[in-house]
Design a binder for this molecule. Sequence first.
Ligand code: FES
Ligand code: FES
Length: 218
Amino acid sequence: MTDMDRRTFMEGAGTGIAYAATASAVPALAAPAPHEAPTTTMSLTVNGKVHTVTVEDRTTLLDALRNQIGLTGTKKSCDRGECGACTVHIDGHRALACMSLAVMQKGRSITTIEGVANSSTLHPLQAAFIEHDGFQCGFCTPGMIMTAASLNQSQRQDLAWALKGNICRCTGYGAIEDAIRGVRQVEVAEAGSVCGRSVAAPAGPAASSKPDSGKRRG
Ligand code: FES
Ligand code: FES
């Protein structure tokens, strides 16, 4: 090794030693403080009953219904507004619980599938789904029934369109549409009168409008 080579080597080694000394002097990064999500204690009126819940402000209505109140009839499937399995009524209008924040429902009246029957009497739509075999796995059925119960007569004329926000992976749409068509009581019902519960049929802000958006079933 030449002198120049040794000098070059020692300079390099010195730089490395200095770096190591500097690095060891840097204190370890402190662990980040645990993030506390803000919470809200509020009342949720579901199926005519008032529930006091404490939820993180980011909690969806769907999670509040299922995890806080214990109403698991409303299903979580896609959890991003695509399938309709989580359909409920908010103040008589169809809504996707997975796309609605629980903290925004203060003072509103929420109806879930558990609230459509009157005591031991099935809602006419529930009875019709049984009669027409309007389900296979049944996972989409609560959402289907909640959507069907929200349709006005105009919307019921085009059920393929009206149900486009509710996906049945079993492709049982023929029987589902038969079931909905087979319910005469809903066709003549006024809001709140079906089985004496707060299921709005017909419902919706504009009686002649199509139901809210969603992917057309594939
Ligand atoms: S779970 Fe809400 S739309 Fe699918
Ligand atoms: S009955 Fe199976 S997904 Fe609808």
